[in-house]
Design a protein around this ligand. Structure first.
Ligand SMILES: [Zn+2]
Length: 335
C-alpha cells in the first residue's frame, strides 16, 4: 500500500497491508501502532466515539508504566484530523466485526483474548505471536469481549487469555464493569470440557470478582485459581521449577524475572504444581496445569509487561503450555 493511497482512504488492516513493505520503512509500524492503539480502546469496551476522543488527543497514561495513548507519526500518514478519524473508524470496525471462520488446515489453532485497562494489547501480542510460531499454533487475536462466544470457540483448539474481567468503557469515570455474561462463562467451560485447551496468563484468574473468596465463580474453579493480589509493577522475583519432567517445564531451569509478582490463590486440589516464585521472602504459585473433562488447562502467572513475556524461559513455557493444552508434542504429533 503506497502512502498516497493510505492517506487518501481509510486503511483496512488486512494481513497484506500489515506485511506491506512497499511504502516507506515505517508504514507497517504506523499500521501496527494504529491497530494496537484502537485495540487498547476496544478491549476496554469503549465505543467508537470514546475511541476517537482518546486517540485524537494524544496523552500519556500511567498504569505502573508510562504509556502513550495516540498513534505516533499520524501527521505523516493522515493529512488532517478528519482523515485520521477515518482511519481510526476503519480499524475500529475491523476489530469489532463478527469473527469469520478461520481456514481449517487441521493444525492447532488458538484464539487469544488479550488486553485490558492495565495491560495494553500492543505490549502482549508480539511476544505471544513469537512464542506460538515455534509451537506450531496459529493464533488469531480477539479484543472485543462481546465476540467471545460458543460459535467463535468452536473453530479453535486453544483459548489463550491475558486479561481480567473488567471493562472501563467510560474514560472519564473511574468505575469498571464486569463484562463476562453467564452464557460466555458456560461457553468457555463447555469448550474445555469437550476437549479444548485454555492457557490462562497473569490476571486471567481475575475474570470474575475475586472478593467472593468462599464462593468463586465457576470459570475460576475451572481455571484452578483466583487472583488475590500482586506486588509492585517492576518487582524482581525468582522462579523455581517444581516439576522438571513435565512437558510444560522440560528444559527450563530456575530463572529470575522482573514484573508484577502475582499471588494467585489456588482453588483446584487436582492441579500439578509446576512453578513457584519468590519475592521479598514470599513464595507464590506461579504455574500449574490441570485437566477439566476432556480438556486441559495451564496457568502461568507471567504477563504484566512485554519484557517478562519475552524472557527466553517464559517464551519456552508459553510454547510448551500451548502444545500441552492442544495435546501435541514438539513435532506437532499427539504425545
Ligand atoms: Zn499486570
Amino acid at each position: 500500500m503506497c502512502v498516497r493511497r493510505l492517506i487518501a482512504a481509510p486503511l483496512v488492516l488486512t494481513a497484506a497491508s500489515l506485511s506491506c513493505a512497499t511504502g516507506p520503512g515505517d508504514t507497517r509500524t504506523y499500521l501496527l501502532s494504529l491497530r494496537d492503539q484502537v485495540a487498547a480502546q476496544v478491549c476496554q469496551g469503549r465505543s467508537l466515539e470514546a475511541t476517537l476522543a482518546q486517540l485524537l488527543t494524544p496523552h500519556q497514561e500511567d498504569y505502573g508504566r508510562p504509556y502513550l495513548v495516540g498513534v505516533p507519526g499520524r501527521e505523516k500518514f493522515a493529512r488532517d484530523d478528519r482523515a485520521f478519524a477515518a482511519q481510526v473508524r476503519a480499524a475500529y470496525q475491523q476489530l469489532t466485526a463478527e469473527p469469520t471462520a478461520p481456514p481449517n488446515d487441521g493444525k492447532p489453532r488458538a484464539i487469544a483474548l488479550i488486553g485490558d485497562h492495565y495491560h495494553p494489547p500492543g505490549l502482549i501480542r508480539p511476544p505471544i505471536e513469537a512464542a506460538m510460531k515455534p509451537a506450531g499454533v496459529t493464533t488469531d487475536f480477539l479484543y472485543d469481549v462481546t465476540k467471545l462466544t460458543a460459535a467463535a470457540l468452536k473453530h479453535y483448539r486453544l483459548l489463550i487469555i491475558l486479561r481480567d474481567g473488567m471493562n472501563w468503557s467510560d474514560p472519564a469515570a473511574n468505575r469498571p464493569q464486569w463484562w463476562m455474561t453467564d452464557s460466555q462463562e458456560q461457553a468457555i467451560i463447555a469448550f474445555v470440557r469437550a476437549g479444548g485447551g485454555i492457557l490462562a496468563l497473569h490476571n486471567a484468574n481475575a475474570l470474575k470478582p475475586w472478593a467472593e473468596k468462599e464462593n468463586p465463580a465457576p470459570i475460576l474453579r475451572v481455571l484452578g485459581s483466583q487472583y488475590d493480589s500482586h506486588g509492585a509493577p517492576r518487582e524482581g522475583y525468582r522462579v523455581r521449577v517444581l516439576a522438571k519432567d513435565h512437558p510444560v517445564t522440560r528444559g527450563i531451569a530456575d530463572f529470575t524475572a522482573t514484573g508484577e509478582h502475582h499471588r494467585p490463590r489456588p482453588l483446584a486440589t487436582d492441579m500439578v504444581r509446576l512453578l513457584e516464585s519468590t519475592a521479598e521472602g514470599e513464595t507464590c504459585l506461579a504455574g500449574y496445569v490441570r485437566t477439566e473433562g476432556k480438556g486441559r488447562v495451564a496457568y502461568l502467572a507471567f504477563g504484566h509487561n512485554r519484557e517478562v513475556l519475552e524472557l527466553p524461559d517464559v517464551q519456552r513455557l508459553l510454547a510448551n503450555s500451548a502444545r500441552w493444552c492442544c495435546g501435541v508434542n514438539a513435532s506437532g504429533d499427539p504425545p
